[in-house]
Design a protein around this ligand. Sequence first.
Ligand code: PMP
Length: 356
Amino acid sequence: MSLIANIIRSEVRDLSAYHVPDSAGFVKLDAMENPYTLSTEMQQALAERLARVGLNRYPVPSYSALKSAIKRQLGVPPDYDLVLGNGSDELISMVSVACAKPGAKVLAPVPGFVMYAMSARLAGMEFVGVPLNADLSLDAAAMLAAIAEHQPAIIYLAYPNNPTGTLYDTADIEAILRAVGDTGVVIVDEAYQPFSPVSFMSRLAEFDNLLVMRTVSKLGLAGIRLGYMTGCPALLNEFEKVRPPYNINVLTEAAAEFMLEQVAVLDAQAAQICQQRSLLAAALAALPGVQVFPSAANFLLIRVPKAEQVFAKLLKQKILVKNVGKMHVLLENCLRITVSTPEENSLFLDAFSASL
Ligand code: PMP
């Protein structure tokens, strides 16, 4: 259709829309969601809180109460400001918009989170993917060489990484931060921090080019869409300029404030998920031919002979995992499984063992 060719940029025409399979009626282990729902008492208290929200007014633009709650409950140093996003997906696109000078590049290890590349291309920037080692650890030498060659404006390090669950070595990240200097911003994406023993949040004062990005999605609030980013005040100030006004709606704001008052409930769920992760990893590793990669996130990456067939058999049993085999050569025959409740994990394990 010539209208499309006339008006739509080729970068957009070449993309496929982010695909999410229909999961109604499935045991849903494909999207790293927290499987727990709220107690009836909490649902009622939340409903009462939301009922008091004025829907006729725009949000208060400073979001100061929400930002204070995030700082207090989620371990952001009190002297740092935050930029808020409608999910961290929106933060990624804000960073792209702000940095997309002609010729600017974005660099990240691959396989990694798909939105880094998608957002870069949408903003007209080249994406440089640096392959991980075969054991899915960071190839630090290749990263440093690629940084020297391409001088990227943005470097993303998902810590831990999706879809591998890997934690990169702290010393490698430090070396990258130093090598990049003032030629680029290093975004340490801690989406899976609730399940990880480490964080770069305490290192902000040491590096002017470091931003830490997080989300409440994996903690149990994926539906409300709220991400936050902190770090060097001068950089945050620039990214704040491209934040769409009122991007966090009043219902998200109120629900987040309510849930952060009860963050202990979510923390306890994260601790249970970590326990289940160990049990599930051990059970999977005991099955013949199954390789389980170490994970510091709420999912496990496994390699299994004939992963396509296993995936199809699981689908027939109404169990949805993520088939990542086609994402990258390093992920051949790999499946990514969200760690869930003991009940759902054992449903998965039974169906999985039967499908081998
Ligand atoms: N970063 C990473 C590494 C992710 O895996 C995801 C979601 N899968 C996100 C960011 C986006 O999270 P959200 O937009 O839900 O905040």
